[in-house]
Design a protein around this ligand. Structure first.
Ligand SMILES: [Zn+2]
Length: 157
């Protein structure tokens, strides 16, 4: 009986899991952008899973060393799978946790004349279409150019 219950619990967790590392063009483009602008050369899977709640968009799973993976919630992915900047926002935020040791930054600053999150590492993504997508280059530079101004994105105007 116990085995039977475990199987029932495991099936929903794994059956929705889908590795999109090589199948989604936008994920691929985001990973290219990320790795072109960091010294890190550790590759981790990006997967889509049904996390059961819509308010949660994704997370970085770091339970074991070398088992890290970025999980995108299926509801977020379904809504934004054709929106390059939204997918980019989430993956870059999560890779910040997984690979760069970045923590959440709740600070607000004036960005292009408006009071907005200082960083893509802001803990909430409410209104992300407005603040991230409209000021994408500012956020990418704030994120990637913290350690070096030599990355390609840091030279973009
Ligand atoms: Zn986060």
């Amino acid at each position: 009986m116990i085995k039977y219950i475990l199987c029932l619990l495991l099936i929903p967790l794994t059956s929705f899991s889908q590795d999109v590392t090589f199948t989604n063009k936008l994920v691929g483009e985001t990973l290219k952008l990320f790795y072109a602008n960091v010294a890190v050369k550790k590759y981790i899977p990006i997967v889509v899973e049904n996390l059961g709640v819509e308010s949660f968009h994704g997370y970085c799973m770091m339970t074991q060393v070398n088992q890290e993976r970025v999980i995108l919630n299926q509801s977020f992915y379904a809504k934004y799978k054709n929106n390059k900047q939204a997918i980019e926002y989430l993956i870059i935020h999560e890779l910040g946790h997984c690979l760069l040791g970045y923590e959440h930054d709740p600070e607000l600053v004036i960005v292009n004349g408006l009071l907005l999150p200082k960083s893509i590492m802001y803990p909430e993504n409410i209104g992300m279409e407005d603040w991230y997508i409209r000021n994408r280059l500012y956020y990418l530079k704030e994120y990637f150019c913290r350690t070096s101004k030599e990355y390609p994105i840091c030279k973009q105007k």
